[in-house]
Design a protein. Sequence first.
Length: 287
Amino acid sequence: MKLTREDQSPAEEAVSDEDGRFAFANVAPGPFQIAITAEGFSPQSSSFVLQPGERRVVPQIALALATAVTEVHVVPPRVEVAEDQIKEQEKQRVLGVVPNFYVSYVRNAVPLSPKQKFELAWKTSVDPISFGVVGVAAGVQQAQNDFNGYGQGAQGYAKRFAASYGDFLSGTFIGGAILPSLLKQDPRYFYKGTGSKRSRFLYAIANSVICKGDNGHWEANYSSIVGSLAAGGISNLYYPASSREGLELTFENTLIGIGESAAVNLLQEFVVRKISKNVPNQEPATP
């Protein structure tokens, strides 16, 4: 206990006995304050006025238990972490121009939610460069008179553009959003970047037929394979009858697509990162 006075005179201190009783002797008349402290309890103070010749008995004092303050570290939800990582991915562009959104350079990147998978597919599909690439492809087709059922001129080009964009759109959404959401698979390529060139080569090739599941385990890439088949089947709805692919050709094109995916993965592993802008500096992912 500590007794202090308003006249700035030295404070007096006393220790209570086993019963909690204490006393101050020869206290001068006038206002004073008593502060009571005890380990594990909240401090408490009381003010009094002592009259000349008065013997003041302080009322019983009960101290409350001190409230422990625990430092709490708030961990952001996985969805928020994934959202931040996606925002970084959406800055990745080859040569500063071509979108490279479906590659993760982050070790143990957080799995995407179904909503995020659809958002990534949408942003890829409506990127101006995507329209430009489709436009160039349609122009080449027209120059070579591919899908001659569409004819020539502006109308023929428009049909080729629509068909090419339809292929791109269905492939991106079916293989990159719909099936990955249903099958709980991650549509991204996870850059390895470490190990021998041989191990990285085999890793890139393998990623044409395997992918990382949302549970973090590697598994067959059903989303991409089945997505290619589905996109090929859908394309028969809008290509000229003379150019529609039969079932056998659809499977052949799917195998070709797997080969193309392997080639793209090799470029991602050994070339693209060196010529891309806004690539994060995080430690590369490992299989």
